[in-house]
Design a protein. Structure first.
Length: 265
């Protein structure tokens, strides 16, 4: 009979089968590859996520005996702000419902998971002990919130660890700002994107990118690249329509007059 380890090594999506997750199949494979590689390097790890909804992204960690403690931070609003310019509805979004589903995955859910019904600013960092080695940021999809969630994760993480962002194709300005500040601080890190839209920042030489499943995804990395660009295609479509082109032409002329810019787009 196959063990949990066999399923994880095979990046078997069955590990996500019991609770719906807001993830593509490729996202799920990427998250399993990260989990597989991390637990080889840190045999007893702690997981934290911001934005849990039904618990879909928690389930493979709850099935993993090597993951001793799980933190779930979720503000549980009924609609969530999003950088794409609209609010995403989350009706009947509750921690009680999530825990009910997670108990069906593993009856030890209540002992293993600590839940905070708040955004990260409402959580006392001292309450996050032991420190997480792996954090997933998947709460409010605005640049402001993703940056604040990242700052919280960095505060509570140890030296060695990994921060994951889901939907990097939406909060890419936050990612650019975060990487720029890591560069100017001189903090060593490795950053890369996995399919479909999982953005990874590694700290403290955990070197997950050297593990076989992640190295494979990084060689054939067209999938996440095209997913990210195609997810923005409708903006280009609207931006290139005739009335908008006329507004752009006026706007560019105004910019050239104001700043003396050439070829402003
Ligand atoms: C995209 S869903 C999370 C999906 C989940 N990770 C999965 O894979 O199935 C976003 C979640 O973030 C929560 N949320 C929204 N704004 C938040 C905030 N500012 N802080 C923490 N959680 C937030 C919502 O309640 C919702 O449950």
């Amino acid at each position: 009979m196959s063990t949990f380890e066999d399923h994880l090594a095979a990046l078997d999506l069955e590990l996500f089968a019991r609770i719906p997750a807001q993830l593509t199949e490729a996202d799920k494979r990427s998250l399993l590859a990260v989990q597989h590689s991390l637990r080889e390097r840190i045999p007893h790890y702690t997981y934290l996520e911001i934005g849990s909804h039904l618990g879909g992204s928690i389930q493979p960690h709850l099935l993993d005996e090597r993951c001793g403690r799980i933190y779930s931070i979720d503000k549980r609003p009924l609609a969530v702000a999003d950088e794409r310019g609209y609010k995403v509805p989350y009706p009947e979004n509750s921690t009680a419902h999530m825990l009910k589903l997670l108990r069906e995955v593993n009856p030890q859910a209540d002992e293993r998971i600590i839940c905070f019904d708040a955004d990260a600013s409402g959580v006392d960092p001292a309450a996050i002990a032991p420190s997480p080695h792996l954090c997933l940021i998947d709460g409010e999809h605005t640049d402001r919130a993703a940056t604040a969630d990242y700052a919280f994760c960095r505060k509570v993480m140890g030296e060695h660890g990994v921060v994951l962002f889901h939907d990097g194709n939406i909060i890419y300005s936050a990612l650019a700002g975060i990487l720029e500040s890591l560069g100017s601080e001189g903090t060593p890190f490795h950053a890369y994107a996995l399919p479909s839209s999982v953005f990874v920042i590694e700290f403290g030489e955990v070197d997950l990118h050297k593990s076989a499943p992640i190295a494979r995804m990084l060689i054939d990395n067209h999938e996440q690249y095209l997913f990210g660009l195609l997810s923005l295609e409708h903006y280009r479509e609207v931006y290139n329509r005739k009335p908008i082109r006329m507004i752009r032409a006026v706007w560019q002329a105004w910019l050239r007059t104001k700043h003396g810019l050439r070829g402003a787009r």
